[in-house]
Write a protein that binds this ligand. Structure first.
Ligand code: ZN
Length: 234
């Protein structure tokens, strides 16, 4: 069998494999996109929940500290009536002010934490809702994709083994050329001549070349698109 015959058959196998790929459409890509979006949301929800726990703990601590500051201030105020010198009085007042400023800081921090908590809760809830929708969408598409894989698996396997056998009988340099043209020309590297025109790009094929490819023995490629040319008899 001449090289051009083998290349024609390889092209037929590849065309069928391309049809199978086309059946899958953009499903594999969609599934991969959804999967990474799902992973991102899961991480984000987890991070949010961890932060919420930290905030809870911090708010609990602050509450205790706030209470203890208040008790402390009360205690100092009670003691104010017992002081006998101005110096003692000033020292006591200074101490009360220090505690009051700590108290204020704690209260401000708690307010900020509560604000953060409420925003975070909303966002975690939203993300969880998104995640639920996304996960069910992903599940649906995965099922579809798996079904399409399964439907075409047997045909694809047999085409691939046929391809392997075919490829093993073709000279390496023609295979490289075939692959290069196929990659550049939407998977079509071998085309019939249409009278005196290339069946791929329509460029004129010189009469001498046409007569040479008519016997399908000599290997010729189109000068314009680089595709292998063959003659379709009958
Ligand atoms: Zn051409």
């Amino acid at each position: 069998m001449s090289t051009i015959h083998k290349l024609v058959e390889l092209q037929e196998i590849d065309a069928q494999l391309q049809e199978i790929e086309a059946l899958l459409g953009d499903l594999p890509e969609k599934v991969a996109d959804l999967k990474s979006e799902e992973e991102r949301l899961i991480v984000s929800v987890e991070t949010g929940k961890t932060r919420l726990k930290e905030i809870e703990v911090q708010l609990g601590k602050n509450e205790l500290n706030i209470q203890s500051c208040r008790d402390n201030i009360d205690k100092h105020k009670d003691q104010l009536s017992l002081v006998t010198t101005n110096r003692q009085y000033d020292a006591m007042m200074a101490e009360i002010e220090t505690i009051q400023s700590t108290l204020q800081e704690l209260e401000t921090q708690s307010l900020e934490l509560m604000e953060e908590k409420s925003e975070l809760e909303t966002s975690v809830n939203d993300q969880e809702a998104n995640l639920a929708t996304l996960s069910s969408d992903l599940k649906e598409r995965r099922k579809k994709l798996e079904k399409r894989y399964a439907d075409t698996a047997a045909e694809k396997d047999s085409l691939e083994s046929a391809r392997e056998i075919k490829v093993s009988g073709i000279d390496e340099r023609y295979l490289r050329q075939y692959k290069r043209v196929s990659d550049a020309r939407d998977g079509v590297a071998v085309v019939p001549a249409n009278g005196n025109a290339c069946g791929g790009c329509g460029a004129v094929v010189p009469p001498q070349i046409v007569s040479e490819i008519r016997n399908n023995l000599t290997l010729h490629t189109c000068d314009v698109c680089g595709r292998f040319l063959f003659w379709k008899h009958g």
